[in-house]
Design a protein around this ligand. Sequence first.
Ligand SMILES: [Zn+2]
Ligand SMILES: [Zn+2]
Length: 311
Amino acid sequence: MVWSAFFIIVFRFIHFISFTSVSKIPPELLPLLGSHVPTVGGVSAAIERGVGIGCTAMQIFVKNNMQWFAKPLPDADAQAFIDHPLRKRLGAVIAHAGYLINLGVEGSENHEKSLRSLADEMLRCEQLGIRSLVLHPGSHLGAGLEAGIGCVVRNLDQLHAEHPTLKVRITLETTAGQGACLGARFEEIAEIISRVKAPKRLEVCLDTAHAFAAGYDLSSPKGAEKTFREFDTVIGLKRLSVLHINDSKSALGSRVDRHDNLGKGKIGLDAFRWIMRSKELAEIPKILETPKGKDLAEDVEAMALLRGFLP
Ligand SMILES: [Zn+2]
Ligand SMILES: [Zn+2]
């Protein structure tokens, strides 16, 4: 009895130590909540904009998302971003890769451009001290799922091999599975991770609107729990480093990617309430990518709504 009590105390102590040492996020920054913030006026302007609307996490594009290449990011701008006095008010800064990049094909001009463009974005992230670069896995453009996944694996291996020391991790985003897009099923993401040579250099982003459109019914608390349990079984929650919090204009299983404002779409608020209250997801940055005007008023409203769900 005495020994078992002793072991329980030791176990609890070890658990306490390991739990407290794993979490590096200052409690005043939790929940890590924010939105995709425009970089008009430069990367530092995004920090002011994000913190200005109350973000404790934010996502940015590190260059124009609809162009392959951009002028180099001056070191002075990158340093100003890192040293910005408001930077410490953001517990997480995430980058989203450009929309032209497609790692799901090979042998075309766009393949070569995709590799160069993504490498450039990885280097920009490194300059800015950003550790997660969210990327849609790609489109097989009709060649089929297996062929597409093979391309993605080879392309990621090549990027990792060419840039062995970069700290930034490519964060594969689950998709709606529109057209020939890869990554709608958790199994597809898991297969990519299991086949690359450096799986530790990959993370995963779950987008609620994409998952719903891909057929994961997280519209009820039970459905949300089931979806995240399935994510844990297939991919592993330890890989999840970003959540995109979007309602969906399109129906369950429609495979159409249309984001909507929270509570206005087909997912509904129950899912978002469940996510905000989940202890397992408490430290995962939650980023809104919902429709908004220039003043970002919709983001402010949505963040207030989400914070109101906290217990
Ligand atoms: Zn997303
Ligand atoms: Zn989307």
